[in-house]
Design a protein around this ligand. Structure first.
Ligand SMILES: [Zn+2]
Length: 890
């Protein structure tokens, strides 16, 4: 069975929206959320009719159905004859039939009936012993109910094609919905040995084509006569069949006929397509291809099981196909149905001939039919295996990791045909081919299809497994356990190391699936490893992998460039990177960065003075790895080394210790250069590295001790404070940075000219601030303490040139009455300069102290402006010998 996915897309979209509404947290690998979602969906559409109960005391042998189809009233009148064998002694038989029908009579061995809860209980005319044949006749009628479904409501449908003008009636009965239209022992477990289906329909024509009724097997009467405006088509199928593969289809069919002949095995049988008149061009094209499809499956699976009858396909008006025995129904014959025609054809071997024992093993039907689609690609392309691989790789649902391939609960008819059973089922066969190799695998498949224990009967997963074990001689217990009964699939990663000396390569294969979700810790598989070498050659080595981490050694004698795990994709798996190297680690302004992969250390040198508390590295990692702390985020290195943890895609980690080292200071500057008594500011030229100092006229330059300030961590020679002779000319001072870089400065000390009229210094004992000398304005200002007697002061004066000053240095002068003029003259008195010298007390008359405070004082200061007193209280024992008050004056 297979819905046409392209045509179902809109419907699925609606389903997806419903799923989103139910659970916003559903994600592909969050199994608990998915399980929850599935449960909710199941509850939504899980009617009570799902729970199929069957009578295990009976073994059905023969159904003879007579269905009179009342198209106008969408009603059927059924008259069903059943033969069965008593499996236990019995005096009643329970069949499945929907309670909506009305029983009008029962006959043969049946004498009474009750129809409740979709169970038809028939009382028998006597007791029957084990092995005895029971014959039943049930006459009933009703409008067939439909079973609500996600995609279509299944059952016996009265549809129409050609804009709703032409009847298109068919039953859709998989997986156990036959009792929605006839009394039977429903479900897969009990095959009748044969079935006869007589279908009575009105003698009507549509678009010039009379209505025709189609069923399984062969048509007994090609052109049934008209009786009472009706015609009865009698179909005979003489092979074991489950009830849900019994077909009734009615429309204005055109029969497209052909004869299939196989020159290899001699199979020969009719091909019959029942198509709508408007689709006969498509049907004729499809019929041409049918020969190749049959060739393919007879090649792979052996004799067509129903070669003594026919293979047909019958058109229905829905986007649907069901593998009804010898006569699948299908929505169309056009190119978009090509894969589905292939799929349904293969179901004749798997589904119809060999039927899943229960729907729990549905993958034996759908996995085989889906796999057959890929096999056909291979066959029809002259065995181009790439065509096969392309089809297999397109089956994305193989990665569904929930549920597993074994359908533990098959009680909901609507959830039996989930895509995982198709695509993961197909991949199980693909993987088996990968493990066994072509010869053994195809041997297994063909002999399974033809095995008399299963042919025209049933099989379970274990039947198929045991068969493959017997044919291949290999123990496949673990293979089937892990792929059918366990969840998910392996996630591989790898690492390798080649020894420089021996040339031996140690290859490590890892499995990193999610054990916390119940995934197997180890999938045991033979895995192909492809080694691509530097010289352009490659080799595939197959390893038997049965551990989470497993080492294999090889000696190839050449350098490996690249490795591929399972390069041809013979396994449902994911490959993840094991790589977790820091490839580059850089910080702004860095001087160097060195990565030691062996030691897992990174050493970064940053310039002297870098703030280590805010280093923002840029980190380059091997593909698909991540790192914490992240690249581009500030990291505090001020407390020492920081460990960076790199996480590979396969979730393994590697730690790198990052060491940040501060480079020695490279600064080698003279920041200041002062000589006591110098009369002008020092000139330091940072471009020419020259320094100029001017001393007064006549100063002795042979023994000067400059006070030098230099860059941090640097040294200078001659040292600061040491005696240097500048009398012979410029002196070289060499500054050596912490990093040993040197810089020479040429220092020149001059004396001023003989006729320099400047006063260089003017100091008075007890003066408060530094003297302010303004050579341009020719003013000098000195501040003395408040109340200091200014009448008798003797300033000490030094002069720049060979000059005299009047009043002379250290001569007592009265400054109390205002500024005093000091006149500087050259020796020949040809030039002179007059300085106006003002000496003042700090406070003048009328100044008031408005604030006065002392550190640590207790309480507020009390200032009495009348008594001119200030009172400050200090704590007991406070040292009051040296107090620095803060004073604010008005
Ligand atoms: Zn199918």
């Amino acid at each position: 069975m297979r819905p046409n996915n392209y045509l179902l897309k809109n419907l699925l979209l609606t389903m997806a929206l419903l799923a989103i509404a139910l659970s916003t947290s559903a994600q592909s690998r969050q199994r608990p959320a998915e399980a929850n979602l599935n449960n909710q969906l199941m509850q939504l559409s899980s009617p009570a009719e799902d729970l199929l109960e069957t009578d295990e005391n009976i073994d059905i042998r023969f159904y003879h159905l007579h269905i009179d189809v009342d198209i106008e009233n969408e009603k059927i009148y059924g008259d069903v004859y059943i033969e069965l064998t008593a499996v236990n002694n019995l005096n009643q038989v329970v069949l499945n039939l929907h309670s909506d029908f009305e029983i009008t009579s029962v006959g043969e061995d049946a004498t009474s009936w009750t129809l409740e809860n979709n169970l038809l209980t028939l009382g028998l005319n006597s007791s029957f012993n084990v092995g005895e044949t029971v014959k039943l006749r049930i006459v009933y009628n009703g409008n067939p109910p439909l079973a609500p479904g996600r995609f279509i409501n299944k059952g016996f449908r009265f549809d129409r094609h050609s804009n709703q003008t032409v009847p298109a009636i068919a039953n859709y009965s998989t997986p156990y919905l036959s009792h929605y239209w006839f009394p039977c022992k429903d479900g897969p477990t009990d095959k009748a040995d044969r079935v006869w289906v007589d279908i009575t329909i009105p003698d009507e024509s549509y678009n010039g084509q009379p209505l025709m009724a189609v069923s399984n097997g062969v048509l007994l009467n090609d052109n049934p006569p008209v009786e009472n405006g009706k015609r009865t088509f009698q179909w005979r199928h003489e092979h074991p069949i489950v009830p849900y593969y019994i077909l009734v289809a009615v429309s204005n069919y055109v029969l497209i006929e052909d004869q299939y002949e196989n020159t290899v095995n001699g199979n020969s049988f009719p091909l019959e397509f029942y198509a709508y008149p408007q689709d006969i061009v498509d049907a004729n094209s499809a019929m041409v291809k049918m020969h190749d499809i049959m060739d393919a499956f007879i090649h792979y699976f052996g004799d067509y099981p129903f070669a003594d009858e026919k293979f047909g396909m019958t058109q229905v008006p829905l986007s649907w196909a069901i593998e009804n025995q010898t006569n699948p129904i299908i929505g169309g014959f056009g190119e978009n149905w090509a894969d589905i025609i292939v799929h349904e054809t293969s179901h004749m071997w798997f589904g119809a001939s060999i039927t899943n024992q229960t729907w729990q093993h549905v993958w034996l039907n759908e996995g085989f039919a889906t796999y057959a689609e890929a096999l056909y690609k291979e066959f029809s392309s002259d065995f181009n295996i790439e065509e096969y691989h392309t089809r297999m790789r397109a089956m994305e649902k193989r990665f569904n990791d929930f549920p597993n391939l074994y359908l533990s609960d098959d009680s909901n008819y609507d959830y039996i045909f989930e895509e995982i059973y198709y695509e993961k089922g197909a991949w199980l066969l693909h993987m088996l081919r990968g493990q066994l190799g072509d010869e053994l695998f195809f041997d297994c498949i063909k002999s399974y299809a033809q095995n008399p224990n299963f042919r025209f009967g049933h099989a379970t997963t274990e039947d198929f497994r045991d068969h493959c074990q017997a044919i291949s001689g290999k123990d496949l217990t673990t293979f089937f356990q892990q792929w059918v009964y366990d969840f998910a699939f392996p996630i591989y990663s790898y690492d390798y190391l080649t020894d420089d000396v021996s040339g031996e390569t140690t290859f490590t294969l890892f499995q990193r699936q999610n054990a916390i979700w119940g995934d197997r810790e180890v999938f045991e598989m033979e895995v192909d490893i492809k080694f691509n070498f530097d010289d352009g050659t490659s080799v595939i080595e197959r390893v038997v992998n049965n551990a989470v981490e497993q080492q294999f050694t090889f000696n190839f004698g050449k350098a490996i460039q690249q490795i591929e795990i399972d390069p041809d994709e013979w396994i449902i798996r994911e490959i993840r990177s094991h790589k977790k190297e820091i490839l580059a680690f850089n910080v702004p302004e860095q001087i160097s960065s060195e990565i030691n992969q062996e030691e897992q250390t990174i050493t970064i040198t940053v310039p002297f003075g870098t703030d280590l508390s805010q280093i923002t590295p840029t980190i380059e990692l091997s593909e698909k790895a991540s790192v914490a702390p992240e690249s581009g985020t500030p990291v505090d290195f001020s407390e020492g080394n920081v460990v960076f943890t790199v996480r590979a895609e396969d979730r393994t980690t590697k730690e790198y210790t990052v060491i940040i080292e501060m480079a020695p200071n490279s600064e080698n500057r003279i920041l200041s250069f002062a000589i006591e008594g110098q009369i002008e500011e020092t000139v330091i030229n940072d471009e020419t590295f020259e320094i100029f100092v001017t001393m007064p006229y006549g100063a002795d330059l042979s023994d000067l001790s400059p006070d030098i300030q230099i860059s941090e961590e640097a040294t200078v020679n001659p040292q600061s404070g040491s005696s240097v002779d500048f009398s012979e000319g410029s002196v070289i001072f060499t500054v050596t940075a912490q990093n040993e870089d040197t810089q020479e400065y040429s220092v020149t000390v001059n004396t001023s000219s003989e006729n320099d009229l400047r006063i260089i210094s003017f100091t008075i004992t007890d003066q408060l601030d530094e003297t302010l000398i303004d050579h341009e304005e020719s003013t000098i200002h000195v501040t003395m303490p408040t109340g200091y007697d200014l009448t008798d002061l003797a300033p000490v004066i030094s002069l720049a040139g060979n000059t005299t000053v009047d009043p002379e240095s250290e001569v007592s002068v009265d400054f109390s009455t205002g500024p005093v003029e000091y006149t500087v003259k050259t020796q020949d008195e040809s030039e002179q300069k007059v300085y106006t010298v003002t000496v003042e007390n700090l406070l003048r008359d009328g100044d008031l102290i408005i604030e006065f405070s002392v550190p640590d004082q207790i309480g507020e200061t009390s200032i009495d402006d009348e008594e001119n007193t200030i009172l400050v209280i200090m704590p007991t024992g406070a040292d009051i010998t040296e107090i620095t008050p803060e004073i604010t004056i008005s």
